[in-house]
Ligand binder design. Structure first.
Ligand SMILES: CN(C)c1ccc2c(c1)CCN(c1cccc(-c3cc(Nc4ccc(C(=O)N5CCOCC5)cn4)c(=O)n(C)c3)c1CO)C2=O
Length: 286
């Protein structure tokens, strides 16, 4: 949910769009990293609101379609979703202004904290639950993420975990990323129906969620290790191979991962069912 005291930008209601942010109200600081669309910097909005600002490198994104979609994305609000505050679209490069998460990507956090958190299965399970709640909300809004993975989640204050960059895969112009035969396509997080027919759904997000759970319980390992993407497709789609149970993962949790990887998406549970399964496990402190 948006931070307290965030009124709509001053231009709201004066013929401008409420998702338009006045760039003169932004201060930019250090670069936080580079993503699919270019540089991302830490910033301040109106002196007191910590934000992250994505600066859209020309030609990386379908900008008009994104600006149009920004209205919908701004309405998606949940405590485990990285909040879109607005855009600066009257300039080039376009800025996307989002909630700042001080510990960065979940994948890097898992790798940094591996030795500590692999000893705390309750903490690992809690991270899975937080991501599951965000995905249950997106599912309820009929919104498909299309690239759910630990690298696309972020960690904030009090180790809250939030899902970021939801739906942005639709605006990437790099064919290497968008084509299922491209070198940047997230093959290892994709189910058979996406690999075969590019058929995305909330059930394909469920498959990716199972892989994300595996990333959490391995402390950020690469799924299927060094196996090449095309070999993974062969093994997973044609030979029914699945990721093995991580050492730190209890059997009941692995059973939940496995049901996310049912070949037929109709046999996979939705995120509401997954939340119940995970919540029941986290009650039984094991
Ligand atoms: C099409 N898809 C799926 C996309 C498109 C764009 C992006 C992504 C996926 C995911 C990656 N990404 C991206 C790139 C760059 C930054 C951010 C990014 C990084 C943040 N935060 C931090 C904080 C600290 C650090 C840091 O340096 N450390 C080191 C010391 O210990 C603490 C952590 C890094 N990032 C942050 O809050 N947001 C909102 C976005 C993000 C996430 O937003 C994108 O911009």
């Amino acid at each position: 949910s948006p931070p307290t005291g965030t009124s709509q930008p001053s231009t709201a209601g004066f013929g401008h769009d409420i998702w338009e942010i006045d760039p003169t109200e932004l201060e930019l600081f250090e670069e936080l990293g580079r993503g699919q669309f270019g540089s991302v910097k830490r910033g301040k909005w109106r002196k007191n609101k910590s934000v992250a600002v994505k600066m859209m490198q020309q030609g990386m994104m379908n900008e008009d379609d994104f600006i149009d979609e920004a209205k919908t994305m701004k309405m998606l609000q949940h405590e485990n979703l990285v909040q879109l505050y607005g855009v600066c679209s009257k300039q080039r490069p376009i800025y996307i202004v989002i909630e700042y998460m001080k510990h960065g990507s979940l994948l890097n956090y898992l790798k940094r904290q591996r030795g500590v958190i692999l000893k705390k299965p309750n903490k690992l399970l809690d991270m899975c639950l937080q991501v599951c709640r965000a995905m249950k909300y997106l599912e309820s809004q009929s919104f498909i993420h299309r690239d759910l993975a630990a690298r696309n989640c972020l960690v904030g204050d009090n180790l809250v975990v939030k899902v970021g960059d939801f739906g942005l895969a639709r605006y990437v112009l790099d064919d290497e990323y968008t084509s299922s035969s491209g070198t940047k396509f997230p093959i290892k997080w994709a189910p058979p129906e996406v690999l075969g027919y590019t058929r995305f759904s909330s059930k394909s997000d469920v498959w990716a969620f199972g892989v994300l759970m595996w990333e959490i319980f391995t402390g950020g390992d690469m799924p299927y290790g060094k196996i090449k993407n095309q070999e993974v497709v062969e093994q997973v789609v044609h030979h029914g191979k699945r990721l093995e149970k991580p050492q730190a993962c209890p059997g009941e949790v692995y059973d939940i991962m496995m049901v996310c990887w049912e070949k037929d998406e109709r046999n996979r549970p939705g995120f509401a069912v997954l939340e119940n399964k995970l919540a029941n496990l986290s009650d039984d402190d094991y």
